[in-house]
Each structure stands twice: as C-alpha cells, then as structure tokens.
Design a protein around this ligand. Structure first.
Ligand code: FES
Length: 182
C-alpha cells in the first residue's frame, strides 16, 4: 500500500482504538530513553510492538492510537509505517517469511527453498496462507548472510544453511520461535 492510499483510508477511518496495557508498557520503557519533547523517537518501537500484538499488521486506528500516545501528527506515523518495509499496513498472515534469492543464496539452492515453502503453504510470493498463519512476503536481496546461504528471515530473524527439512522444522515450530524472539 502506498502512502496516499494510507492517507485516504485514514481520512475515512473514524474507529478509535486504545493501545493495550502491554503495548503501552513496552512503549513507556522506550520513552524513558528520550527527553519528554522527543517522544516521536519511540515511533519505530511503538509500531513494532503494535504490529506484533495485532498479529503481523497495522491498521489505521492502531496507527492513530500510536500518534496520540506519542503526541505526533497522524500523517507522520503513516509515513513511517509506509516507509519501512518491516511494517505491513494491510492484513497479512501473522508470521512473515522472506527468502533470500540473491546470488550466493541462489547458487546454494535459494529457489528450491522458496519453492518448497510455496508448495508447503500453498501460496505464492506476496500471499498469505489461508489459515492466516504465514505471509510469504518477498524474495529478499542479499541480507549480508551469504556465508550461511541459503537463508531466510522469519519475523525478521535470520535462519541460515537451510535445507527443506530445516525449513519444515522452523515453520512447524514457528509459534515457539515467536515466543523466543518476541
Ligand atoms: S545472497 Fe543471500 S544473504 Fe547474501
């Protein structure tokens, strides 16, 4: 979704939500690092916490709640959310997968890994699984982990030296991985 469409959605959104206690505590911990008039410095951490709690994506009401909490203009929060690729502003599967298919990973079977995941989840790149559990976000460019090729990120955590069996193990146990990595 591009910035303009977020803004249009935002203008149409009258729904108001409150940040959960857990998310507010998380943001407050970050806010302690910054002066009172620099609350916006916590916006990345805040959006990350909100997205995690909302199972993988941001909504306009949630971004508005972040803006209110950090005393920021709403549009500034939308801009951050649309600029950074780690944020999703439309509904997607909860666990985000990105497989590197750049040169080193490609030479070590990156496409075999990608196709294995597509077959296992019954989706193509850019799609989410029907159960809402996975989002196969994209083919990554080099993530500077070539020594561990082929590799992928799941919820932005690196997994290297992949085999199909290893991928199965990672995806079949994704809930416990998520618990470890927050
Ligand atoms: S090519 Fe995949 S991490 Fe470098």
């Amino acid at each position: 979704m591009n910035e303009t469409s977020i803004s249009v959605d935002a203008l149409q959104s009258t729904q108001v939500v409150e940040l959960s206690e857990h998310v507010r505590q998380d943001i407050d911990a970050w806010l302690q690092r910054y002066p009172d008039d620099q609350k916006q410095s916590a916006v990345l951490a805040a959006l990350r916490a909100v997205q995690h709690e909302n199972k993988g994506f941001l909504t306009t009401p949630l971004m508005n709640a972040v803006a209110d909490y950090l005393d920021m203009p709403k549009i500034a929060v939308y801009e951050v959310a649309s600029f950074y690729s780690m944020f999703e502003t439309k509904p997607v599967g909860e666990h985000c997968i990105a497989v590197c298919t750049n040169i080193s990973c490609m030479l070590k079977g990156g496409y075999d890994i990608l196709h294995h995941i597509e077959k296992k989840l019954g989706i193509k790149v850019g799609e989410s699984s029907e159960d809402g559990k996975f989002f196969l976000k994209k083919e990554e460019e080099c993530l500077a982990a070539c020594a561990g090729a082929p590799m992928m990120q799941v919820n932005h955590v690196y997994f290297e030296d992949l085999t199909e069996a290893k991928v199965d193990e990672i995806l079949d146990n994704v809930e416990s991985l998520a618990a470890h990595h927050g």
